[in-house]
Write a protein that binds this ligand. Structure first.
Ligand SMILES: NC(=O)c1ccc[n+]([C@@H]2O[C@H](COP(=O)([O-])OP(=O)(O)OC[C@H]3O[C@@H](n4cnc5c(N)ncnc54)[C@H](O)[C@@H]3O)[C@@H](O)[C@H]2O)c1
Ligand SMILES: O[C@H]1[C@H](O)[C@@H](O)[C@H](O)[C@@H](O)[C@H]1O
Length: 329
C-alpha cells in the first residue's frame, strides 16, 4: 500500500484525495498539509483520518509517507518538488512543473544529481480516453500524415485581472504538452495573437490565439479563453492528409426539448477529466511511468515562456530546446 502525502488541499488536492481514497487501488492518503489548516483538516477527515501536518517539509521526510502529491499554487511547486527529490521520494506535481524556465531547470538539475526519475507532472490529458484515442488513430495512420491540430480551451471564469502570461503558463500549457505528445516532436516556433479582450476578464488579455509550428512543419492553433462564461469546453480536431479526427467534449447524452438540441457542459475540469485524473493517479501509484516527466514539464514551460514573449512583443519566437538530458532519453 503506497502511503501518499498531499501538499495543497484546495480544489485539486481535495479531488485527488477523494480519487485516491475511493477510486485508485494500492494507495491511501496518509498525510495532508495546506497553508489553510481548516482545508487540510477537512480533506483529512474525508480521507479516512489522514494525519494533518502543520509543516510541509516534515510531511515530505516522514517515514510514514512513501510518495508526495503537490497540488499547491503554481509558484510553490518548485520548493516542494526539490524537497521530495532531496528526500528521495516520488512526487506527482500538478501542472505546471513550475511557471518559470529557471525553476524548471533547477528541478532538472536536482533530478540529474539524484540520478533517477522521481518527478511526474500532472498533464492528465495524456490519460484522457478521448485524447488517447486521437493519438491511437494518428499512430494507426487513420488520417494519414498530420497537418493541423485545432484546439479550443475555454473556462467559464478566471481570477479577474489575471496577467496574460498566466493564461499561457497555467491554461494553454495543457495544449503545449498535448501538441508535443500527439505529434511526438518538439514545437519550434510560436506566435500569439490577442483580439480585443473580453469585458468579463477584468483587463486580462483574453482570449488568445496561439500558433505553434512543430519540427516537421505541422501547425497547432489554440484558442484559449478563460472567461468564456458559458461552461468548461475543451475540444480538438486533428487534420491529416486522408481525413480528420475530432475530439468533442463529453457527455454523450443529448437533451432535445422546446425546439433545442443540447448537451450539458461541466462547470469546470473535474467532471470533464475525471477519468483522466483517475487513470493518471493509478499509473503513478503503480509506478507504471506513463506520466509526464520533469523533462516534459520543463519543455512545456520553455515553450510557454516563448509564447509569453510572443504575446508581449507581438513577434513570432523561435523555440530551441536544449538537448534532452540522458535521464529522459
Ligand atoms: N491538471 C489540472 O487539470 C488542474 C486543474 C486545476 C488546477 N491544477 C493545478 O493544481 C494546483 C492547485 O490548483 P487548485 O485549483 O486546486 O487551486 P486552489 O487555490 O483551489 O488550491 C491551492 C491550495 O494550495 C494552498 N497553498 C497555497 N500556497 C501554499 C503553500 N506554499 N504551501 C501549502 N499550501 C499552499 C492554498 O491554501 C490552497 O488550499 C495548481 O498548480 C493548478 O495549476 C491542475
Ligand atoms: O488550472 C486549471 C487546469 O489546469 C484546467 O485543466 C485548465 O482547463 C484551466 O484552464 C486551468 O486554469
Amino acid at each position: 500500500m503506497k502511503r501518499v502525502g498531499i501538499i495543497g488541499t484546495g480544489i485539486m488536492g481535495a479531488d485527488h484525495a477523494r480519487l485516491l481514497t475511493t477510486s485508485v487501488s494500492g494507495a491511501i492518503v496518509a498525510g495532508v498539509h495546506d497553508l489553510d489548516p481548516v482545508r487540510a483538516a477537512e480533506v483529512a477527515m474525508h480521507s479516512g483520518g489522514a494525519r494533518v501536518f502543520g509543516n510541509p517539509y516534515e510531511l515530505i521526510v516522514d517515514d510514514d509517507i512513501d510518495a508526495v502529491l503537490v497540488a499547491s499554487s503554481d509558484d510553490t511547486h518548485e520548493e516542494y518538488v526539490q524537497a521530495c527529490i532531496t528526500a528521495g521520494k516520488p512526487v506527482l506535481c500538478e501542472k505546471p512543473l513550475a511557471p518559470t524556465v529557471e525553476a524548471c531547470t533547477r528541478i532538472l538539475d536536482a533530478e540529474d544529481r539524484a540520478g533517477s526519475r522521481l518527478v511526474s507532472v500532472g498533464f492528465m490529458r495524456r490519460f484522457d480516453p478521448g485524447y488517447a484515442q486521437l493519438r491511437r488513430m494518428l499512430r494507426l495512420g487513420e488520417i494519414g500524415a498530420p497537418l493541423i491540430l485545432h484546439c479550443v480551451h475555454r473556462n467559464p471564469a478566471a481570477v479577474p485581472g489575471l496577467p496574460g502570461a498566466s493564461v499561457i503558463t497555467n491554461s494553454a500549457v495543457h495544449e503545449l504538452d498535448i501538441t508535443r505528445w500527439l505529434f511526438a516532436e518538439e514545437i519550434t516556433e510560436v506566435s500569439v495573437h490577442a483580439p480585443r479582450a473580453t469585458s468579463h476578464g477584468g483587463g486580462t488579455p483574453d482570449p488568445q490565439i496561439l500558433l505553434l509550428r512543430t519540427a516537421s512543419g505541422a501547425i497547432a492553433d489554440v484558442e484559449v479563453f478563460v472567461n468564456a462564461r458559458y461552461g468548461y469546453d475543451v475540444r480538438a480536431e486533428l487534420v491529416g492528409e486522408l481525413g480528420t479526427v475530432t475530439l468533442d467534449g463529453p457527455p454523450p447524452t443529448v437533451l432535445r426539448r422546446s425546439g433545442m438540441d443540447g448537451r450539458a457542459l461541466p462547470a469546470d475540469w473535474r467532471p470533464r477529466f475525471a477519468e483522466a485524473y483517475r487513470l493518471e493517479l493509478q499509473d503513478w501509484v503503480d509506478g507504471a511511468a506513463n506520466t509526464a516527466t520533469a523533462w516534459d514539464g520543463f519543455a512545456a514551460t520553455f515553450v510557454a515562456a516563448a509564447c509569453v514573449r510572443a504575446l508581449e512583443t507581438g513577434t513570432p519566437q523561435q523555440v530551441t530546446l536544449p538537448p534532452v538530458p540522458k535521464l529522459y532519453r
